[in-house]
Design a protein around this ligand. Structure first.
Ligand SMILES: *Cc1c(COP(=O)(O)O)cnc(C)c1O
Length: 331
């Protein structure tokens, strides 16, 4: 992107691998793009967005990054890691129901030195922007310049991360001699889907992007992704029409709730681990991949061509689930 500033923080390009057993079982060639390998402490999809978001923050002179998410947010952990790496401070606003155990991503947030404010589910859904703005003003009174990153870095600028990944995928298609007709990702805050949607629209319009939502519903994400993509289009000064009816959000696979797993979902994660040597996360990729698997088995998704599933990371989210996983492993 011409005049947009970018930091080089992710290990790119991430590998693309074929999932041979599951492809044979489903009769569809499924490949996986290993965005779980974008880094260690910064592992996952958020770092692609933060390359642009944090560049903008630093350009504006920020000394501290404020962002928000659930207690086990991968985005918050990646933001804390990036801040530490770049000599910035971080302040995370985390949604909790009760005093949380220090584990998984939250443990890493603390190791990485993030300042943490807990808020309730109700405040998170209604007032998180206002709460982050208040924290920012508190810092500014002390002469510390802060920058607020929205949930999941899902805004016009964060959206550029996955928009640009489409170029990376195109180049890999040429190198591998394969072309992917369908790209699949999990949808949590919207800008992985939004970026892929806009990127394919710009650079590779033959492709279809399917998003499996892990919270909220189809209409919610059509609205969110449309808004984010329109912000990006404006930022880029392009004249592209964004129509929600061109987007494909596959609803019905979030299970019993955000970040809550059924035994069945975990059993599928274990099946894939054993058949492919690949670990998905329970909150996003595990649900999205299981959704894709079920939709294909039920004959609901046809003419997919070669499928590229984006492994958006989340490995640390396995550890808070160890008790349930142990139970499923014993069953
Ligand atoms: C945040 C996240 C997602 C969802 O991406 P969005 O851009 O927020 O929709 C998917 N997978 C993992 C592991 C994540 O952390």
């Amino acid at each position: 992107m011409g005049d947009l500033k970018k930091l080089n923080l992710a290990n790119l390009p991430t590998p693309i691998q074929k999932l041979t057993h599951i492809s044979k079982e489903l009769g569809v060639d499924i490949y996986i793009k290993r965005d779980d390998l974008t880094g260690g402490e910064t592992s996952g999809n958020k770092i692609r967005k933060l390359e642009y978001t944090v560049a903008k923050a630093m350009d504006e002179g920020a000394q501290l990054l404020i962002t928000c998410g659930g207690i086990q947010s991968n985005h918050c952990r990646a933001t804390a890691a990036v801040a530490a790496k770049l000599g910035l401070r971080s302040h995370l606003v985390l949604r909790i129901d009760e005093e949380p155990p220090v584990e998984g991503n939250y443990l890493l947030d603390k190791i990485l030195g993030a300042e943490i404010t807990f808020i309730s589910r109700a405040d998170y859904s209604k007032r998180r922007a206002e709460i982050m703005q208040n924290i920012k003003e508190e810092y500014e009174k002390q002469g510390i310049k802060a920058y607020v990153i929205p949930e999941g870095a899902s805004d016009g600028i964060g959206n550029i991360g996955y928009l640009e990944s489409v170029k990376e995928i195109k180049k890999q298609e040429e190198e591998l001699g394969i072309s992917f007709q369908t790209i699949v990702c999990a949808v949590g805050s919207g800008s992985t889907y939004g970026g892929l949607f806009l990127g394919t629209k710009l650079y590779d319009p033959e492709k279809t992007v399917l998003g499996f939502n892990v919270c909220d519903d189809e209409q919610y994400f059509l609205d969110v992704c449309t808004r984010i993509c329109r912000e990006t289009v404006e930022l880029l000064g392009k004249n592209i029409e964004i129509k929600p009816e061109d987007m494909h959000i596959v609803d019905g696979h979030k299970g019993i709730g955000y970040a809550i797993s059924t035994d069945e979902e975990l059993a599928f994660l274990i099946k894939l681990a054993r058949e492919e040597g690949l670990i998905l996360d329970p909150v996003y990729t595990g649900k999205a991949f299981y959704g894709l698997y079920q939709e294909i088995k039920e004959g609901k998704l046809k003419d997919l061509g070669n499928v590229l599933f984006i492994h958006t990371g989340g490995v640390f989210g396995l550890f808070p689930k160890q008790e349930q996983l142990a139970k499923v492993l014993e069953a």
